[in-house]
Design a protein around this ligand. Structure first.
Ligand code: NAP
Length: 518
């Protein structure tokens, strides 16, 4: 295997450059012509068509079908696990260098088709060009980062050598992993979890979100093209309710790598904990879940910069990021100034179809999400003071105005519950300590940010703000692979730190070997 250059983050596209704009326009046109095609399942080394179909739609134009997918039955899900288990003995013995070469090839293929993948994200998940670009770059980053980490675990640190013995520690894959991603980073999170499993030598069954199966089908095409053996992974499209429990509880399932809501994560954790007949291990669950992320704004801070950070964190991708800012907690001395400066910036955000780069915000993912968000907005109007927004926005897509509700008490539902949409609760704090107390008054603990120029307060936040990813004087979204290992505390999940140096350990088990020297 050739020596690899050190990891670096994939550069984001500058869409002010005519070459990039035109490449993206061409990709959008190419992909548009491919909307509505049918896709097969992939398991046990074969592609399979089923009569039952699952359709995905364009949230900017809900009548437009993006992909028509064969749906897996319970019997197929069982077969997928059995076959992945059977193939594990072969795949796990494939030399690490070979698995790494395939992963390099996979990253290369996505890089070459970057704009095309971005176009699929625009159409199927309603991401703006920039958000889609960030998603694809992050997918490439995860793959490039994990393959290098696998090489590291393949040559672990030397152990203390006992006299008369040779002592070593080797890292082995676990077995069959079920990979369950959400729709909001349908390429990056799916590719990251799937590649972490595969490059570590596990077989992976990918069950994509029912909102974004086409992006998963495109990724599966790339895995095959890169040379991953057809039996090393499966793509099982089907609703979580129909095949999810079965995949999680199958006695040959060794681990589950999940990212999604608190409710689904807790259900998976509970079901996975129950041993089934014939099961000989404790299933491992990595569950990365929701957030109710807060930005604290101190009186000793640059309020203009804080407003910018809040707008980007709360309304980027319509607030549908686990890391999105959904609560701002502002020192009473700058509370009115903050709201005054925030309002016009939120009202200046434009909303329209994701494929049109002139708009700042696109649709939310589906009609169910729109209804749930609007319901929270109505609740929020009772719990606080509506500053701006508060309704749907014009157009056929699932649009919602960016909404700000002030004077929200910490007991309010919109302060405590994840809304997962463009709704921001603003609360007033008596002082910095009170602000931190309010920020921690949640069952979640994913991201958080603090704006202050006072170094003692920064130190205090580092010690007391109980989140997996803390940012100081910057927005709380946009974690970069390698720089900001990502994962939350408390009900935000198992703190797996995706994109960090320890992540792969969750896909491996260590074996200690001591050999007596003759
Ligand atoms: P979700 O409704 O929990 O779904 C996530 C995945 O779980 C989907 O693939 C879903 O499939 C599947 N699923 C549903 N029920 C299942 C079951 N019984 N067994 C197995 N799988 C099942 O979450 P989402 O709406 O897609 O994503 C949004 C949530 O993800 C938010 O809470 C957000 O905060 C969280 N998130 C967290 C992180 C993080 O790193 N902490 C990152 C991104 C998103 P179907 O679509 O077929 O139901």
């Amino acid at each position: 295997m050739k020596d690899l250059p050190p990891f670096h983050n994939e550069a984001l596209a500058d869409f002010t450059k005519p070459a990039n704009r035109s490449a993206m326009e061409q990709a959008l046109a190419k992909v548009k012509a491919e909307l509505g095609r049918t896709y097969q399942l992939h398991f046990a080394g074969k592609n399979v068509e089923t009569p039952q179909k699952l359709q995905s739609y364009n949230p900017s134009h809900p009548a437009e079908v993006v992909g028509i997918h064969s749906k897996a039955t319970a019997e197929m899900a069982r077969e997928a696990v059995e076959d992945s288990f059977a193939f594990f003995s072969q795949w796990s013995r494939t030399p690490v260098e070979r698995r790494v070469e395939l992963a390099v090839q996979c990253a290369d293929l996505i890089r070459r088709r970057k704009f095309e993948f971005e176009a699929w994200l625009v159409y199927e998940s309603g991401k703006s060009w920039r958000e889609a670009d960030a998603d694809v770059c992050e997918a490439i980053d995860f793959i490039e980062y994990y393959l290098r980490q696998m090489l590291r675990w393949n040559s672990p640190e030397a152990l203390v050598q006992m006299p008369g013995e040779e002592n070593q520690l080797v890292y082995l894959p676990l077995g069959v992993g079920i990979v369950i991603p959400p729709w909001n980073f349908p390429l990056a999170i799916m590719a990251g979890m799937a590649m972490a499993a595969l490059v570590s030598g596990n077989t992976a069954i990918i069950k994509p979100s029912s909102d974004t199966p086409t992006i998963a089908a495109k990724f599966a095409e790339v895995l095959l093209e890169a040379g991953f053996p057809p039996r090393s992974f499966s793509l099982l499209v089907g609703s979580g309710a129909e095949i999810g429990d079965l995949l999680v509880m199958h006695p040959k399932t060794r681990f589950i790598s999940f990212t999604g809501s608190r409710e689904t994560g807790l259900r998976i954790n509970e079901l996975a904990a129950k041993p089934q007949k014939g099961q000989i291990w404790i299933r491992r669950v990595v569950a990365e879940m929701g957030g109710k992320d807060a930005i604290v704004i101190d009186d000793e801070s640059d309020v203009d910069s804080a407003v910018k950070g809040v707008v980007a964190s709360a309304f980027g991708f319509q607030g549908q990021k686990c890391s999105a800012c959904s609560r701002v907690i502002v020192h009473e001395k700058v509370y009115d100034e903050f709201l005054e400066k925030l309002k016009p910036q939120v009202e200046a955000l434009t909303i329209g179809p994701a494929e049109d780069p002139q708009f700042d915000m696109g649709p939310v993912i589906n009609d169910g999400a729109r209804k749930s968000i609007l319901n929270y907005i109505e609740i929020g109007k009772q719990e606080g003071r509506l500053i701006t927004g508060g309704a749907t926005a014009d157009g056929e897509g699932f649009y919602i105005q960016p909404t700000v509700i002030a004077d929200v008490p910490s007991t309010a539902r919109i302060f405590q519950e994840e809304i997962f949409g463009p709704v921001l609760a603003v609360s007033k704090a008596r002082d910095f300590d009170h602000a931190l107390q309010l920020a921690n008054d949640t069952e979640f603990g994913l991201t958080g940010a603090v704006y202050t120029d006072n170094i003692y307060k920064i130190e205090k936040a580092c010690e007391e703000f109980h989140v997996g990813n803390l940012y100081i004087n910057r927005k709380c979204t946009g974690a970069m692979v390698g720089a900001h290992p990502f994962g939350g505390f408390n009900m935000s999940g198992t703190d797996s730190k995706a994109g960090g140096p320890d992540y792969l350990l969750q896909f491996l088990q260590a074996k200690s070997i001591a050999e007596k020297i003759k």
